[in-house]
Design a protein around this ligand. Structure first.
Ligand code: MG
Ligand code: ZN
Length: 455
């Protein structure tokens, strides 16, 4: 299947969902705006994930319009792309544009127009369309545009044209599709995870006491870009010593010291897809006794969670499995007191573990690092109350990332102070269980030590 067909297929699947929901309608979805960084410098441009999912088109200034006509039994899809027109002057400065003339062939779109015609053409396209699918409450600018288009249609009322009367959130439909990755997507995600795993290995190999956090970040970036990844998937975390206990620590200039741990949470974005890996290793290449104890508990928790990452289980089951192992470990090491809590069950139920483990074990992974898709089942026949957790199915991709974070406190054995550990891998759910696509990076203590010793 070629690239174009992948996106055509997705547009057809979305059209079918629109047809099923409202018998037809019109969908409008724009890509992301360019953002100023400072003065006349811009942030590196990143397309909107939903827009890219449906078009494979990376240029700014583009909008996709899908017109779905249904006759009750079947539907017909007509797709329009509005994009930046060719402009020889601008292209000298900013680079080549695809342009509306070449877009239909290149992207498998029915009609392409200059984005300068968007406001005028949308007035025509919205005429006599019952249902409109857009991002609801997206931005003031998007609302302004929609008001303008609606005004155009309403202005034609006396010529017998009806304005749309229903507005639906298009994200709900697209995000449900994006939750299930096709082979094309899983192939990219495997390659992204391989690159990120190599970056973690590189950082472990180069790490020496006395280096600074930002120097390891530089090694990660080198591996990402040198391997063809376009960007990081999120801001890298490189956290030495006490910083490892700060969940969203960025990268600073803290010196990496012998006897301390370094926690790296970093992943590249390749061809629009994220990877998300965390490894924790000793700065000097050798785990101390207390570090090893907590590391092995975290790894055992991750293995327990991975065993529950399979089709038919709920999204929460891996988390529950990890919690059990982590909490038992905390009790064993007297970080939680059995005499106070009474039992493992009670330590979990009361949330006593949250002092040392305060985040969830998993999130969806895809085009966005915290990817889209509902964590709850739709459960149409359920009124009120909580909907059940999502059932895991083949094609979903989740992270499995338990951790333990021990900050200094009077009631904590000093040997455990400032030990922050997280181990995170990316799991593609298949028919029988899951495939860990990020295990190119070593995860067992002796594997890490051997790697660092031989560096
Ligand atoms: Mg992460
Ligand atoms: Zn993550």
């Amino acid at each position: 299947m070629n690239k174009t067909n992948t996106y055509q297929l997705r547009r057809n699947q979305l059209a079918e969902r629109i047809f099923t929901k409202t018998g037809g309608g019109i969908a409008v979805i724009s890509t992301a705006p360019e953002l100023a960084r400072n003065r006349d410098s811009e942030f590196p441009y990143r397309h909107d994930s939903d827009f890219y999912y449906l078009t494979g088109f990376e240029e700014p200034g583009a909008t996709l319009v899908m017109k779905v006509d249904g006759d009750g039994k079947s539907f017909r899809l007509q797709s329009h792309l509005f994009c930046r027109p060719k402009d020889s002057e601008r292209e000298i400065w900013d680079g080549i544009r695809l342009g509306p003339e070449a877009a239909p062939d290149a992207l498998g779109i029915d009609y392409a127009h200059s984005n300068k015609e968007l406001d005028q053409k949308l007035g025509d396209l919205l005429a006599d369309q019952g249902a409109v699918y857009i991002r609801l409450a997206e931005s003031a600018e998007a609302d302004r545009r929609l008001r303008y288009w609606m005004k155009q249609v309403r202005g034609q009322a006396r010529s017998g044209v009806n304005p749309p009367s229903e507005f639906h959130d298009i994200e709900t439909l697209i995000h449900e599709m994006r939750l299930f990755k096709d082979v094309h997507e899983i192939d990219i995600m495997r390659r992204a995870a391989e690159i990120s795993a190599r970056a973690h290995i590189r950082a472990m190999q180069i790490c020496k006491p006395g280096m600074r956090e930002y120097q390891l970040e530089a090694e990660l970036l080198h591996e990402f870009r040198n391997s063809g990844a376009q960007s990081v998937a999120y801001n890298s975390i490189v956290a030495g010593g006490a910083n490892s206990c700060i969940l969203h620590y960025r990268v600073g200039s803290t010196e990496l010291r012998s006897g301390e741990l370094c926690l790296i949470d970093a992943g590249c974005e390749l061809d629009g897809y994220a990877s998300d890996i965390t490894r924790t290793f000793p700065v000097n290449g050798k785990f101390t006794g207390p570090q090893r104890v907590l590391y092995d508990i975290t790894l055992a928790a991750q293995e327990a969670a991975i065993a529950m990452t399979k089709p038919g289980n709920t999204f929460m089951q891996p988390h529950e499995a990890a919690l059990k192992v982590l909490t038992q470990g905390l009790l064993d090491e007297k970080l939680l007191k059995l005499s106070e809590l009474g039992s493992l069950e009670n330590a979990i139920e009361t949330g006593a573990y949250r002092r040392f483990y305060m985040h969830r074990t998993s999130h969806w992974l895809g085009m966005d690092v915290h990817d889209v898709g509902s964590y709850r089942e739709a459960a149409q026949n359920l009124t009120g109350g909580e909907k059940p957790w999502r059932i895991l199915k083949s094609g979903m991709v989740i992270t499995v990332e338990p951790g333990l974070y021990i900050r200094p406190a009077d009631d904590i054995d000093e040997a455990f102070w400032n030990i922050g550990i997280r181990i995170e891998d990316d799991a593609v759910i298949n028919d029988s269980g899951c495939e860990l696509i990020s295990r190119g990076a070593p995860v067992k203590t002796d594997e890490i030590e051997t790697l660092m010793k031989n560096a």
